[in-house]
Design a protein around this ligand. Structure first.
Ligand SMILES: CC(C)(COP(=O)(O)OP(=O)(O)OC[C@H]1O[C@@H](n2cnc3c(N)ncnc32)[C@H](O)[C@@H]1OP(=O)(O)O)[C@@H](O)C(=O)NCCC(=O)NCCS
Length: 154
């Protein structure tokens, strides 16, 4: 629902459909216990995670993921797979999950975080202090979807 609804102001229908090729949950984050879920009144309000592994972005269906472990003294931790239930949008769920991710990565010795933002995610990350590094286009799903690699010092 987050992918279909909350991207509408930012992408056209063909881009939203195409983004499913590289969005969604990467279950490696659950196995690694680096994925957070926020529950409110018995409903999953949002989720998101971080990673000590090399993959920059992508879900279980995405090609080219790498489980290689990062070096906290040299590499940035990844922020991954942030989704808020549309009924809970703009209530601080994304900001909360991001803060939990940053604190956990910092506790493991990471000094920087990096992520690849969707157009829908970009305002959240900018509001939380992330800066743009590189514009990317991903066309694995057919239509070309604009993305932005961003970073923040932890
Ligand atoms: C990105 C996403 C996780 C943000 O979740 P959220 O819980 O609504 O975000 P928050 O309420 O914590 O927002 C924090 C701040 O980010 C900014 N922000 C978030 N969404 C925004 C939007 N649609 N437009 C403008 N600013 C926005 C605002 O500054 C906001 O603070 P404010 O509401 O006090 O003005 C959610 O929109 C989503 O699931 N999008 C679809 C999936 C997606 O693209 N995920 C990102 C993958 S990189």
């Amino acid at each position: 629902m987050a992918i279909a609804d909350l991207q509408k102001p930012f992408l056209d229908e063909s881009q939203i459909a195409a983004s499913r090729a590289f969005m969604g949950l990467d279950s490696q984050l659950i196995i690694d216990r680096t994925y957070f879920a926020v529950e409110q009144d018995g409903t999953l309000a949002g989720c998101g995670g971080w990673s000590r592994r090399a993959t920059m972005y992508g879900g279980d269906r995405s090609t080219g993921r790498s489980a290689a472990l990062l070096d906290p003294s040299r590499d940035p931790a990844r922020v991954r797979a942030m989704y808020t239930h549309p009924a809970f949008a703009r209530r601080g769920v994304g900001r909360l999950v991001l803060r939990l991710c940053e604190e956990a990565a910092r506790a493991e010795g990471f000094r920087r975080a990096e992520l690849v933002a969707s157009r829908s995610g970009e305002p959240l990350y900018r509001a939380c202090g992330y800066q743009a590094i590189e514009a990317i286009h991903d066309d694995r799903g057919g239509a070309s979807v604009p993305l932005l690699r961003m970073t923040k010092t932890l």
